[in-house]
Design a protein around this ligand. Structure first.
Ligand code: GLV
Length: 392
C-alpha cells in the first residue's frame, strides 16, 4: 500500500494520510498558525537554493552516517517530537520510535504524547530523546525528567517557542477543542468527519479512544486528560530562568529547540545548552517569523562551532536535508514527513517515509559527486538572489 507506484514521495504519504484520517486529525498535522505564511515559507525557501555539483566524479557508495552529540546515527535526520501521535495511529509514538531505531536513527518523544515514555524507549533499539514542556508546572516536569532519565533517554529537548499556543485556525474550525471535551452534546456538530473515517475510528477505539497524557502526571489526579494541544501549550511556557533548575535535575545533554536568532543562540550557549534546534515549530506558533532555512546561517555564525546546530522545518525531500547541512546544520529533524507516513499506514508508513528520504540522500550525494554527509560543504550550493540565505 505504501510502495511504488502509489507512493513515490512524501507528498504521496500526505495524500494517503488525508484519506485515512478525520479532517480534524489531518489538519492538526498538516496545518500551521494564522495565514500559514511561515508554514509555506519553510518549504518554499528550499526551492531557491541551487546545487553546484562536482560532475564526472564516481561515488560508488555514500556514507550517510553522522554524529550528533556523541551518538553515531546511520542517517543525518532524527524523528522530531510530534504531539498527539497516538491520535494518528494506535500506539503511534511506540510505532514511530520502533521504526526510527530500526533505521538506525533517534526518536524524540513529545511531552504531549499518548504513550508512556518508558514504553516508547523500550520499543526502540536506537537513541531516544525526551522533549520537555513544563505542562503542569515544575514539580510535574521534574517527575517526567526523572522518569526519562531512569528509562534511558539520552538528551532533553527544551522547546522555547510556546509562551502561548499559536492560533491554528484549522483546529478551531474543525472543533478540536469541542471534540476533546468528551461531552457528546458539545462534540455533536463535529463528529460527522469522524464517522466518515471508519478505519481510523476502529483503530482509535481499539487503542482505548481518546488518550490522556501519561507523561504529565498531576499530583493527586494522575495523567493529564487529553486537552487539545492548544490548551495544553498554554501551560507550557519555558523561560531562560528555567534552564538552571532543568540542568540541575537532568544530568544528560540539553538541546534548546526554537532558536531563530543569534541572540537566542548566544543565550542558549551561556545557559549551558549542548545544542540548539533552529526551529519555528513547523510554522505552528508565530506566523510571519522567518523560515528556518533563512535563519540557519545567522545561528550557525553566532554559535561558531561551540555547540551543535540542528535544524527542522519544511523538509520533504532528501535534497532539502542536504541543503540544510550545507548551510551548517549537523543533522535535521523531520516532523510532518514521518507523521504523514504514520497516519497513512502505521509502522510501514514511517519506514517508507524514512526510506524515501534515505534513497533521496544517496541519489543526491551521487549526483553532487560527494561521498558522504560529512564531506558536504557550503560550496555545494548557492542561493539565488531572492532567497538571500547567506552573503555571497
Ligand atoms: C505541539 O507541540 C504542536 O505543535 O501541536
Amino acid at each position: 500500500m505504501v510502495g511504488t507506484p502509489q507512493v513515490v514521495n512524501i507528498s504521496d504519504l500526505r495524500s494517503l494520510a488525508k484519506r485515512r484520517l478525520p479532517r480534524a486529525v489531518f489538519d492538526y498535522i498538516d496545518g500551521g498558525a494564522e495565514d500559514e505564511v511561515t508554514l509555506r515559507e519553510n518549504c518554499r525557501v528550499f526551492d531557491h537554493v541551487t546545487f553546484r555539483p562536482h560532475n564526472a566524479v564516481s561515488t560508488p557508495s555514500c556514507d550517510l552516517r553522522t554524529t550528533v552529540l556523541g551518538t553515531t546515527l546511520e542517517l543525518p535526520f532524527l524523528l522530531a517530537p510530534v504531539g498527539s501521535s497516538r491520535l494518528f495511529f494506535p500506539q503511534g509514538e511506540v510505532v514511530a520510535a520502533r521504526e526510527a531505531g530500526a533505521a538506525g536513527t533517534a526518536y524524540i518523544l513529545s511531552t504531549f504524547s499518548g504513550c508512556r515514555l518508558e514504553d516508547v524507549k523500550a520499543a526502540t533499539t536506537g537513541a531516544a530523546w525526551y522533549q520537555l514542556y513544563l505542562a503542569g508546572g515544575r514539580e510535574v516536569a521534574t517527575q517526567a525528567i526523572r522518569r526519562a532519565q531512569a528509562a534511558g533517554y539520552s538528551a532533553l529537548v527544551v522547546t522555547i517557542d510556546t509562551p502561548v499556543a499559536g492560533l491554528r485556525e484549522r483546529d478551531v474550525r474543525n472543533g478540536i477543542k469541542e471534540l476533546a471535551t468528551r461531552n457528546l452534546f458539545t462534540m455533536l456538530p463535529f463528529v460527522g468527519q469522524i464517522l466518515m473515517r471508519p478505519n481510523w475510528l476502529a483503530g482509535f477505539l481499539g487503542d482505548g479512544g481518546l488518550m490522556s497524557f501519561p507523561n504529565v502526571v498531576l499530583p493527586g489526579k494522575g495523567p493529564m486528560p487529553y486537552a487539545d494541544v492548544g490548551a495544553a501549550l498554554e501551560q507550557a511556557v519555558v523561560s531562560w530562568r528555567d534552564l538552571a533548575w532543568i540542568r540541575r535535575e537532568w544530568s544528560g545533554r540539553i538541546i534548546v529547540k526554537g532558536v531563530l536568532t543569534n541572540t537566542d543562540a548566544r543565550i542558549a550557549i551561556d545557559e549551558g545548552a549542548d545544542g540548539v534546534v533552529v526551529s519555528n515549530h513547523g510554522g505552528r506558533q508565530l506566523d510571519g517569523v522567518s523560515s528556518t532555512l533563512r535563519a540557519l546561517p545567522e545561528v550557525v555564525e553566532a554559535v561558531n562551532g561551540r555547540i551543535e546546530v540542528l535544524f527542522d522545518g519544511g523538509i520533504r525531500r532528501g535534497s532539502d536535508i542536504i541543503k540544510a547541512i550545507c548551510l551548517g546544520a549537523r543533522a535535521v529533524l523531520i516532523g510532518r514527513a514521518y507523521a504523514y507516513g504514520l497516519a497513512a499506514a502505521g509502522g510501514p508508513g514511517v519506514a517508507r517515509a524514512i526510506e524515501i528520504l534515505r534513497t533521496d540522500l544517496v541519489r543526491t550525494l551521487k549526483l553532487l559527486g560527494c561521498p558522504s554527509i560529512s564531506s558536504l560543504a557550503p560550496s555545494f550550493i548557492e542561493n539565488s538572489r531572492s532567497a538571500r540565505l547567506f552573503p555571497n
